[in-house]
Write a protein of this length. Structure first.
Length: 565
């Protein structure tokens, strides 16, 4: 053991002596000698508390001090915050590490040699969680044993782009800062900072073209039958409150051919539920396709406008065409999409959703505020009346549709009347789910430069609570109306409360449903990826509970439902 240790340390010493400039070699020659290395090694007994969990006093003889020149395989843990796009970006980032070699992804942070935080900057609360996390990682880095690979910390995603200087200056433990368009450089950044521990690796350059279209993301959880597929990146909307255009850049779309190829691959490996992702997913615009016959003209929802210059007449492949083509990949592949903007729900898109049985009858329709005055200040491009008219239009074409939405409580200058308008929209639409947050000012946004965050925090909190309570009231009523219905659910895995006896799945409306693992009066044991007809027996505002009737297929179940209608 001692001989191996000495040889490893001596090889590093010899390599550094051969590559460092002469002036530094002279300094190095005045430093510790080989004798001092031997004395240090003999006297050093690592304490078990400084060792990573996979190295113990019982197996320590099997390990040597880490030699970065040997590029031993290192364990990587991703700590993911924020939206579904970050989940997808995590798989993309790890795919580049895997291609580079020398990295293994783990699902336990304590087993990791590298912790990469996939961050979100949409709200202040998300950023505060990450700052606290970095502080806790600092202690772990300082107590790292020499018998373990060096502990590295990286910050990826939106916060990396927005706060790159602060991350390096405030948190000295951060080794790598990598923005949403720079994941190709992640392996080199980690290698660079491993060999030169006093250096920091930073790449936050935004791209006008990067879509990672040539990458099929590696799936970490192979048992999960749901997947996210990124179809476009960035956003052009420039809403006053939103930082996305500044952290993820302008809109650019993947070629449709690469998206369809990825969907076919996912079907081949057993995926049953796919969500198409984009910061403004229904503004998808593929200009790279040569098939002119698929080109269409952009059409906005009635009563909506855009806040940036665009060519509405130029032909390209739009979201409606992509969704229609995706639905033909497999009749057993259930398709969802998020997050759209209400301005781009033309009738042809709604008719495709109605006609294709494997496109889910759930639409995320962000509203943000029910006040026309506030919507104008937010630069959303529509009025309260236009939004409600769109809801009615959607329901006229897709009667059984379920809505979810986003709302901001306490945006700049918001009055009680404005807030009451928001409550009125919630009462009239009756959403199945709402994401609601008190407003937090973000740097670089138009609100930051031109508006005052003048609504007191206690009023924001109270309005946020009122939005949440009203939504829960309606969601409970909606879910109660499902009792007695038979709904098609896709099994995702064991339920959290009774994993031995129950499974959890989702229905067409993306509502969580809990039911028995075994179909009554049969020997069928349900597995992740099974479609099951479930009779709904009880409901809360968030969850349904039911009894499995039988295992089925999406095609068979939808056919029976259409026949019964």
């Amino acid at each position: 053991m001692l001989n191996r240790l000495l040889l490893s340390r001596f090889s590093i010493y010899r390599h550094l002596s051969s590559v460092i400039a002469p002036a530094w070699r002279e300094k190095l020659s005045q430093g510790p000698s080989l004798k001092s290395f031997i004395e240090q090694t003999v006297n050093q007994v690592p304490h078990e508390s400084t060792l990573p969990p996979y190295i113990t006093q019982n197996n320590i003889d099997d390990y040597e001090p880490f030699d970065p020149l040997q590029h031993s395989k290192r364990r990587v843990y991703f700590d993911v915050y924020g939206c579904q796009m970050n989940e997808n970006d995590t798989d993309i980032a790890y795919t580049f590490l895997d291609k580079h070699g020398g990295y293994e992804r783990v699902n336990n942070e304590n087993d990791a040699d590298i912790v990469l935080l996939m961050t979100c900057s949409i709200r202040e609360g998300a950023e505060q969680k990450i700052w606290k996390k970095l502080q806790s990682l600092g202690h772990r880095k300082k107590t790292r044993s020499p018998y373990a690979p060096p502990f590295q910390v990286g910050v990826l995603g939106c916060m990396a782009e927005r706060l790159k200087e602060k991350l390096i200056e405030r948190e000295k433990i951060v080794d790598v800062v990598c923005g949403p368009d720079a994941y190709r450089s992640l392996p080199n950044l980690l290698d660079q900072t491993l060999l030169m521990s006093d250096q920091k690796g930073i790449n936050t350059i935004l791209s006008l073209e990067e879509t990672y279209a040539d990458i099929t993301p590696l799936r970490f959880d192979i048992n999960n039958r749901r997947a996210f597929v990124s179809i476009m990146r960035g956003c052009n909307n420039m809403c006053a409150f939103c930082i996305v255009p500044f952290t993820r850049g302008r809109e650019r779309s993947r070629p449709m051919a690469s998206i369809l190829d990825e969907l076919r691959y996912l079907v081949d490996i057993g995926i049953k539920d796919v969500t198409l992702l984009g910061q403004n997913v229904n503004s998808y615009c593929d200009k790279s396709e040569m098939n002119v016959s698929l080109h269409t003209t952009k059409t906005l929802s009635r009563g909506f406008r855009e806040n940036y210059k665009t060519n509405l007449t130029k032909g390209s492949i739009r979201f409606t065409t992509l969704l229609e083509q995706a639905s033909q990949i497999s009749p057993e592949l259930r398709i969802r999409f998020t997050s759209p903007h209400p301005k781009e729900f033309p009738d042809d898109l709604l008719h495709v959703m109605h006609d294709r049985p494997n496109i889910c009858r759930s639409i995320h329709l962000p509203c943000q505020s029910g006040s026309t005055r506030i919507l104008e200040i937010m630069r959303r491009g529509y009025s309260k009346e236009a939004y409600l008219s769109l809801v009615e239009r959607i329901r006229s074409i897709i009667p059984d549709v379920a809505f979810s939405s986003d709302f901001i409580a306490g945006f700049c200058t918001e009055t009680e009347d404005d807030h009451n308008d928001t409550l009125d929209v919630i009462n009239r639409v009756r959403y199945n789910f709402i994401y609601s947050f008190p407003y937090s000012m973000r740097e670089k946004t138009k609100a930051h430069y031109h508006l005052n965050d003048d609504v007191p925090s206690d009023i924001k909190s109270r309005r946020h609570l009122e939005i949440h309570e009203l939504f829960r009231h309606h969601a409970h009523s909606i879910n109660q109306s499902y009792i007695g219905q038979i709904q098609l659910c896709l099994v995702e895995g064991p339920s959290k409360r009774a994993p031995e006896n129950e499974v959890a799945g989702r229905n067409d409306y993306n509502t969580r449903v809990i039911f028995a693992k075994q179909v009554p009066n049969s020997e069928e044991i349900l597995q992740p990826g099974d479609y099951v007809q479930v009779r709904i027996d009880s409901a809360t505002s968030q969850t349904l509970k039911g009894t499995p009737i039988k295992r089925t297929t999406l095609q068979e179940s939808k056919s029976l439902m259409n026949t019964s209608c």
